[in-house]
Design a protein around this ligand. Structure first.
Ligand SMILES: Cc1cc2nc3c(=O)[nH]c(=O)nc-3n(C[C@H](O)[C@H](O)[C@H](O)COP(=O)(O)OP(=O)(O)OC[C@H]3O[C@@H](n4cnc5c(N)ncnc54)[C@H](O)[C@@H]3O)c2cc1C
Length: 428
């Protein structure tokens, strides 16, 4: 591990003051130079605060750089509470203070040219996430915030002020502290349990983190016959006969189960249900054809003399057709008109509600975010200040809020960092 400091000083400004005991003291220390921490630091410094931003990695914003396949899907035109798991009251307040339009303007003012893609997703026009991280670093430098890299905060003491201790034994003090440590998802890209531990030590409650935006491991082994195939489906998650979540879009079948955007987008709900055992899901391969049964009957009438494989040609991918034939028990060498009525009946039900069981999600190393985290009922919804520990702020994915894929997670990280900065900077 490299321990080095990359310090950004504003030439005309001291970054800390010396108190009566001769101790150096910052206005605010922010732990974690990810999406939330960088924006928080920038806004505090712009408001004249003396800021120290501490990051354990040798570079800031590792997850931002990797996000959106290296292209950084940084916000979404459709930002609203429905795209998140988290308290909708909190989320409504957050988006009232930092909406999609605010986010777009914010980054454009930073000099980032943006472009919109399908489903309201926004990316930097250069097609590279460095176009988000570099302007943020430059703006931080211009404001005089101090960035300390390669130093992990391992302990925080809170008396009148906060004193943080890093792994290498350095101590820093500040009047305000922001924990912007992110989640434990993707440990290979800076994800860590560290934020949860620090929050607990400061008296906060942490809902145990579980993987989200993660692919689904499926019990039915025969599904691996579809590995490599993509399909547009409606995926529904069931509990006691009720659909509790659903996503329409692409899935990718794999040797362990199902990946792709629609699978990732229901994974947070599944993650929470897995504590009770396997989670039932269904796939509708024809969400656009509704009702499906008359359509199927018409086709059965039209191609009554065809054998199952030929009957399904043009309707389904060949491998899905073969799996369906086995699953519903069609006899391969008989024409459709001679199949058993129960097998015919099962075709429609299976194609619109193919039943499967999720046994687990993929590991943390493949899960893009965490559900769970610091309990939001313990923070002030207008400011992100802890209700248990004054002058302590918690922002970003460390909180028990997670969004669907599409730029929603970064939007929440920016928004919470910025709101915390505005409020703590307005004090005193
Ligand atoms: C592969 C991948 C792709 C993604 N793509 C997208 C996408 O396209 N769009 C989207 O909206 N979201 C995406 N996300 C999710 C998004 O990146 C996160 O939700 C977001 O970065 C969270 O911001 P944050 O500031 O809370 O945490 P992070 O960005 O994770 O930053 C936290 C920082 O704190 C540091 N840190 C932690 N503990 C300490 C400590 N004790 N001392 C010092 N430093 C510490 C970490 O090293 C890290 O740099 C993706 C995530 C992954 C993993």
């Amino acid at each position: 591990m490299h321990h080095f400091a990359f310090q950004l000083f504003h030439p005309a400004k001291l970054c800390y003051t010396i108190n009566m005991n001769g101790k150096q003291i910052y206005d605010v220390i922010i732990v974690g130079a990810g999406a939330s921490g960088m924006l928080c630091a920038l806004e505090c410094a712009r408001r004249g605060k003396q800021v120290l931003l501490i990051e354990k990695e040798p570079i800031p914003g590792r997850k931002i750089l990797a996000s959106g396949n290296g292209r950084c899907n940084l916000t979404n035109r459709h930002v609203r509470p429905a795209y998140y798991h988290g308290d909708p009251v909190l989320l409504t307040k957050v988006f009232a203070q930092f909406s999609f339009e605010n986010c777009r303007n914010y980054f454009e003012t930073l000099g980032v040219v943006l472009t919109e893609e399908n489903q309201g997703r926004f990316f930097p026009a250069t097609g590279k996430s460095t176009a988000v991280v570099e302007p943020l670093k430059i703006a931080l430098q211009e404001t005089g915030a101090q960035l300390l890299l390669g130093e992990e905060v391992i302990r925080i003491r809170h008396k009148q002020d906060f004193t943080v201790t890093t792994k290498s034994g350095k101590n820093f003090s500040a009047h305000y502290l922001v924990l912007a440590c992110g989640s434990c998802a993707y440990p290979q890209l800076s994800g860590t349990q560290s934020g949860y531990m620090l929050a607990k030590e400061l008296g906060l409650t942490v809902n145990p983190p579980k993987p989200a935006l993660s692919a689904l491991c499926i019990k039915e082994k025969a599904l691996s016959r579809l590995a490599g195939i993509r399909s547009q489906v409606l995926l529904q998650v069931w509990k006691n006969g009720q659909a509790i979540d659903q996503a329409e879009g692409e899935v990718l079948f794999t040797n362990y189960g199902i990946s792709g955007p629609a699978a990732l987008n229901v994974s947070s709900s599944i993650s929470q249900e897995l504590v009770h055992g396997n989670v039932p899901i269904t796939l509708n391969f024809f969400p656009a054809i509704h009702p499906f049964q008359p359509f199927l009957e018409n086709r059965l009438h039209q191609f009554a003399t065809r054998k199952p494989k030929d009957f399904l040609a043009g309707l389904l991918h060949e491998n899905i057709a073969n799996l369906l034939i086995d699953f519903v028990g069609l006899r391969k060498n008989l024409p459709m008109q001679q199949q058993l009525p129960q097998a015919i009946q099962k075709i429609g039900n299976t194609l619109t509600q193919w039943p499967l069981s999720v046994i687990s999600l993929r590991p943390w190393s493949e899960s893009m975010v965490a559900c769970g985290g610091v309990k939001t009922s313990e923070i002030n919804y207008n400011t992100f200040e802890s209700l248990r520990c004054k002058k302590l702020y918690i922002t970003g994915e460390l909180l028990d809020v997670n969004g669907k894929s599409g730029g929603f997670n970064l939007h929440f990280a920016w928004a919470s960092g910025l709101i915390a900065a505005r409020h703590l900077s307005a004090k005193e």
